[in-house]
Write a protein that binds this ligand. Structure first.
Ligand SMILES: [Fe+2]
Length: 366
């Protein structure tokens, strides 16, 4: 058994300012990688700029990361980074900017290479990366994964390189400006990470500690989240500071879980749904979680996972998720393509501890 978690993680109020020195020590000039709006609205970009100014560290901003970032965007940011001679990268935002930051850091460190190296198995250097998450979902602040959109293949895929952030600065206050839908979708993403890591070929008693902790955190907040969905409105008016803290902890813990096991079939099945239908990542993964649990062959492990979440059974879990997420209809054509694609995806299939066939997969669709 092995456990390896090299990212230096801080989680507290005012985290970025409190740890400005640890951030600045990563280099002499930073590329701040973010999206167009949310990091400005929630104050995270301002905090990072302020922290670097305090330490006298230069920076340049690339704020064009789209949802489900493409290789083209990564290459555009790389050009800016090389031009500006940056020597570290800070990802600020949800999974998209954080994942992109890792790929950009890799590409800047290898200026003579083109984008093909992202998906080649080879040893490459990489600039140091710090991550400041503003959603509670992907856990990218602690994982070595970077998932990019490959337009040529009409799907998303993790790059071939494992890039651990050197530093993760987590502050749950950034969650408070999120919309209800984003908060729910990202929470379901983190939940999927916990479940897919727990029920995984690579699961062992060390890394299952992360899933168990995260699933218990979810059990504590799941009713608050459902209440929030039932009554609508802004999450910050309904949820307490403690719930926001627990959501951030759950997401980071889930990230630590998949760092050791990777994800499984629900994630693999979700990527074409996101690409073809524009369904947000967490919601797309949530479509497949009930079927994954229902048809998983290790029934005792499913019972244990449901118990950590305080659900009586798969039916109970399914009803909860249906109400929280709403249903998504997938066309027969897309579903057929999706199942065919996953049956050819050895990386995901090997994380499922039992034999899988098309007939069973077809039953996953809710
Ligand atoms: Fe995910």
């Amino acid at each position: 058994m092995q456990i390896y978690m090299p990212t230096n993680v801080y989680s507290e109020n005012n985290c970025v300012m409190n740890h400005s020195k640890e951030l600045a020590v990563l280099g002499s000039k930073a590329l701040l990688v973010t999206g167009r709006h949310s990091s400005q609205a929630n104050g995270s970009l301002e905090d990072v700029k302020h922290a670097l100014q305090e330490e006298g560290t230069a920076y340049v901003i690339f704020d064009k990361i789209e949802e489900n970032p493409s290789i083209e965007t990564v290459m555009q940011a790389r050009e800016l980074g090389i031009q500006e001679n940056v020597d570290f990268v800070v990802g600020i935002g949800g999974g998209s900017p954080m994942d992109a930051a890792k790929a950009i850091a890799l590409m800047i460190a290898n200026p003579r290479e083109d984008e093909r190296i992202l998906y080649e198995a080879c040893e490459l250097g990489c600039l140091p990366v710090a991550e400041v998450p503003t959603t509670a979902g992907t856990g990218s602040e602690v994982t070595p994964y970077a998932i990019l959109t490959i337009h040529a293949r009409r799907t998303k895929q993790s790059i071939s390189h494992r890039i651990y952030p050197a530093l993760a600065l987590i502050d749950s206050r950034y969650l408070k400006t999120e919309s209800l839908n984003t908060l729910i979708n990202t929470t379901v993403d983190a939940l999927a990470h916990l479940i897919e890591s727990y029920l995984n070929t690579n699961a062992n008693s060390y890394n299952r500690m992360y899933s168990e902790k995260g699933l218990r955190l979810f059990a504590e907040i799941k009713d608050d989240l459902l209440q929030c969905r039932r009554f609508g409105g802004e999450p910050k008016q309904t949820l307490s500071d403690d719930v926001f803290d627990q959501l951030m902890q759950m997401s980071a813990t889930a990230g630590m879980a998949i760092t050791h096991t990777s994800t499984s079939l629900p994630h693999g099945l979700s990527y074409p749904v996101t690409y073809e239908m524009g369904v947000p990542h967490g919601k797309a993964v949530g479509i497949f979680l009930p079927g994954f649990l229902k048809f998983y062959q290790g029934k005792e492990d499913v019972r244990l996972a449901l118990g950590q979440m305080c659900f009586a059974g798969v039916q109970d879990f399914t009803e909860y998720l249906d109400e929280l997420l709403g249903k998504v209809e997938i066309s027969d054509d897309l579903w057929k393509k999706d199942v065919e694609m996953i049956m050819g995806n050895q990386a995901k299939l090997k994380n499922y501890p039992f034999a899988m066939d098309e007939e069973t997969l077809y039953k996953f669709r809710r």
